[in-house]
Design a protein around this ligand. Structure first.
Ligand code: FES
Length: 165
């Protein structure tokens, strides 16, 4: 789903979910719901945010578009290019580096036939490097959707990808 002039995204269930966040804050502080609004809109917009979508959020939260762009480009969990249905967010930080994240990324690239930042031709998979996800004890690890996958090995990834294909 993406927004057009006639087809807004912040309607129905999406609007209700954002309104719930807005209700947590004083009436004149709607902008406090910016981060959850970005997450919710991204979820229902093929996993990434366009300028049009960010503008719609800015309008809805009564904040300048530039302020929404600043939030959406500062945090790594917001996407601005198409991503796969399954986005493998592989930790690129020190513990995972020491425990073999380079080999894990190389295996994923070979297995999926795409480089970091690319999407497979069927739109199913993409790979992203992310900063420490706070699960260093399970290094090397990655986030897939809302789940963490730890102590990654090529065998584990192969089984996982086969299940998702
Ligand atoms: S360094 Fe990878 S989770 Fe912390």
């Amino acid at each position: 789903m993406s927004s057009t002039a006639d087809n807004k995204v912040i309607v129905g269930d999406v609007k209700s979910r954002i309104d719930k966040w807005i209700s947590n804050y004083p009436a004149d502080q709607r902008q406090s719901a910016c981060m959850p609004a970005l997450r919710i809109v991204q979820e229902v917009s093929n996993g990434y945010l366009t300028t049009q979508l960010m503008d719609e959020i800015a309008d809805y939260l009564d904040m300048p578009s530039i302020a929404v762009y600043e939030v959406a480009t500062f945090y790594g969990n917001y996407e601005h290019q198409p991503v796969g249905e399954f986005k493998f967010c592989v930790c690129n930080s020190i513990s995972c580096m020491l425990r073999g994240k380079d080999d894990i990324i190389a295996y994923l690239e070979e297995r999926l036939g795409v480089k970091v930042g690319e999407v497979t031709p069927d739109g199913k998979f993409s790979i992203k490097k992310v900063e420490c996800l706070g699960a260093c004890g399970g290094a090397p690890m990655m986030q897939l959707g809302k789940d963490y996958h730890e102590n990654l090995t090529p065998e584990y990834l192969d089984k996982l990808i086969t299940e998702l294909e």
